[in-house]
Design a protein around this ligand. Structure first.
Ligand code: 8YV
Length: 316
C-alpha cells in the first residue's frame, strides 16, 4: 500500500466524515489524549488535523507536529484554533462557512419564538395534565417587535432576512456598519440592547468578544427583554446572565451555547423562563453532511496541491 497522508482527528466528527477520513488517510483518533507514546511516534508524520468548531488546537499541540500543513475545522467558528500560531508555522486553517447559515438562523428564530411564546413550557403544561386546572400565563408577541442582532455576518444577515418576514424592526451592531445593508446600525451592544425586545447574539467567539454581553448590556435589554445566544458561550457573561434572569433584570433567554458546554449550570436548568438546546445550531443531517464534505474537500485540496475551498480569512 502506498504511504497514506496521516491525519490527527481531535474531535468527535460526523460519522460520514469519520468514515471518509478513515478510508482516505491514516488517521489517529485523539491519539494525543489517549496514548502519548504512540502519538509521539506518529507525530512527525502527521500533516493534518481534523477538528470541529469546539476544538482547541493551540501552539503546544502544533509544536509537536513538525510536518503539520493544515487544520481543517468542520464548523464556521474557529475560535479554539490558535490561528496566529498556525500561521507562524506555515500551517493553514480552513473552516466551513456558508453551508450552515440557514440552519443557525432557523434555530435563532426558533429559540426566539419558543422563548417568547413559552413553547417548551406549554408542552410541559399539557404533558403534566395541568391544562384542565388553568391556562398558561399570557406570552410575549414576536411579530412587529424590536430585534437587535449582535454580529452581522452571513448568519446575522440570514436571521435578519427571516425576522423581516415577521415585520420585526431590526437593528444590529457589529465591528463596523455595513453600508450595503438597509438596517439600522448601533455602535455598541449596550446601545442596541436598550432599543431591543429581543437580542440575538451571532458574533464570532474569541478574545475580541469575550463577555461582550455583560451585566450592563443585560440591564439595557431590560425587564421585558429576551436574550438569544446561538454564537459561543464565551460571548455572554454567564454569571451575569444567571443573575439577570434570577432578579428579573431581563425576562427570558434562549440558549444554544454555554461557557463550559456540555456542562450547563444548574441555575439555568432550574429556571422556568429559559429555553435550552445542546449546541444544535448546525445540527441537521443535510447541513452536517455539507459541512463534512467541505471540511474533507479542504484536506483533499491541500494534498492535491489545489486551491483551498475555504481557508479562514486570516489565511487567505
Ligand atoms: C458545530 C459550530 O457545533 O460551526 C460552528 O462554529 O459551532 C457548529 O456548527 C460543530 O463544529 C459541528 O462540527
Amino acid at each position: 500500500m502506498p504511504n497514506r497522508n496521516e491525519v490527527l482527528i481531535v474531535a468527535r466528527l460526523s460519522p460520514w466524515l469519520m468514515e471518509t477520513l478513515r478510508a482516505t488517510f491514516t488517521v489517529h483518533e485523539r491519539l494525543h489524549e489517549t496514548d502519548p507514546a504512540a502519538f509521539a511516534a506518529a507525530a512527525p508524520r502527521i500533516t493534518a488535523i481534523a477538528a470541529n468548531g469546539e476544538s482547541k488546537v493551540g501552539a503546544a499541540l502544533m509544536d509537536q507536529l513538525p510536518a503539520l500543513r493544515i487544520v481543517s475545522v468542520m464548523g464556521v467558528g474557529y475560535d479554539g484554533i490558535d490561528v496566529t500560531a498556525a500561521k507562524a508555522r506555515g500551517v493553514v486553517v480552513t473552516h466551513t462557512p456558508g453551508v450552515l447559515n440557514d440552519d443557525v438562523a432557523d434555530l435563532a428564530i426558533g429559540l426566539m419564538i419558543a422563548s417568547a411564546r413559552a413553547i417548551p413550557q406549554s408542552d410541559r403544561h399539557v404533558r403534566d395534565g395541568l391544562w384542565p386546572s388553568g391556562a398558561m400565563p399570557l406570552a410575549r408577541k414576536v411579530s412587529g417587535a424590536r430585534l437587535g442582532i449582535v454580529g452581522m455576518g452571513r448568519i446575522g444577515q440570514a436571521i435578519a432576512q427571516r425576522a423581516a418576514a415577521f415585520d420585526m424592526r431590526i437593528a444590529y451592531t457589529a465591528r463596523s456598519a455595513k453600508a450595503d445593508l438597509p438596517l439600522r446600525y448601533l455602535p455598541s451592544a449596550k446601545a442596541l440592547a436598550a432599543e431591543s425586545d429581543f437580542l440575538i447574539v451571532i458574533t464570532p467567539g474569541g478574545a475580541g468578544t469575550r463577555k461582550l454581553i455583560d451585566a450592563e448590556v443585560l440591564t439595557a435589554l431590560g425587564r421585558e427583554g429576551t436574550l438569544i445566544n446561538v454564537a459561543r458561550g464565551s460571548v455572554v457573561d454567564e454569571t451575569a446572565l444567571i443573575d439577570a434572569l434570577q432578579r428579573g433584570v431581563i425576562a427570558a433567554a434562549g440558549l444554544d451555547v454555554f461557557e463550559a458546554e456540555p456542562q450547563v449550570p444548574q441555575a439555568l436548568r432550574d429556571m422556568p423562563n429559559v429555553v435550552l438546546t445542546p449546541h444544535i445550531g448546525s445540527a441537521t443531517a443535510a447541513t452536517r453532511r455539507a459541512m463534512a464534505e467541505l471540511a474533507f474537500a479542504n484536506l483533499q485540496a491541500i494534498y492535491a496541491g489545489q486551491p483551498l475551498p475555504s481557508p479562514v480569512p486570516e489565511c487567505r
